[in-house]
Write a protein that binds this ligand. Structure first.
Ligand code: FES
Ligand code: FES
Length: 186
């Protein structure tokens, strides 16, 4: 098998496979896969991170949303080659140890999840929103989640879950303003 270097100087093997290096939820990972394999499939099949879901597979539903280098992306549309050197956050990375992310708590408490297929994508989109705008209005929440579809049509409870999570985070910050927002630091 021939060996060459990819654009980042790392090993790239011919024969239909490439070794891609990236960070997932703070952990360095390397996978040797077809370079056009979807990031969604690499996460689920090669890294066994099955929290990220496939809905449409066409970039329409947002179920496969992950954060890549700080941007929300549909992982069904990202060839893993494009993730070389990237920092990726998946739904598995939201909780810190045994402590659920405030959004996860809120979705649980507010009934924001029904069948759960859309939930990881909703959580990632909401996490992105709260990281940039800790006090969103309902209109801003609707806009931020507009790319995420829920077949169970539980949108109001989803929106209310985001409102509750934002309020919970504000309350935490008010009680302990010196604490860093660890959930939003990634
Ligand atoms: S599965 Fe990726 S956007 Fe629907
Ligand atoms: S909870 Fe079922 S698709 Fe949203």
């Amino acid at each position: 098998m021939n060996t060459a270097r990819n654009v980042n100087g790392r090993e790239h093997r011919s024969g239909g496979q490439a070794t891609i290096h990236f960070t997932v939820n703070g952990r360095n990972r390397a996978v040797t896969v077809p370079p056009m394999k979807r990031l969604l499939d690499v996460l689920r099949e090669d890294l066994h991170l099955t929290g990220t879901k496939e809905g449409c597979g066409e970039g329409e539903c947002g179920s496969c949303s992950v954060r890549m280098n700080g941007e929300l992306v549909n992982s069904c549309l990202v060839p893993v080659l494009q993730a070389e050197g990237a920092k990726i956050l998946t739904v598995e990375g939201l909780a810190v140890g045994k402590h659920l992310h405030p959004l996860q708590e809120a979705f649980l408490n507010q009934g924001g999840a029904q069948c759960g297929i859309c939930t990881p994508g909703m959580l990632m989109a909401a996490e992105q929103l709260l990281a940039q705008n800790p006090h969103p209005t309902m209109a801003e929440i609707r806009e931020a989640l507009a790319g995420n579809l829920c077949r169970c049509t539980g949108f109001m409870r989803i929106f209310e879950s985001v409102v509750a999570a934002a309020a919970a985070e504000s309350a935490t910050q008010a009680k302990a303003p010196h604490l860093e927002k660890t959930h939003h630091a990634r």
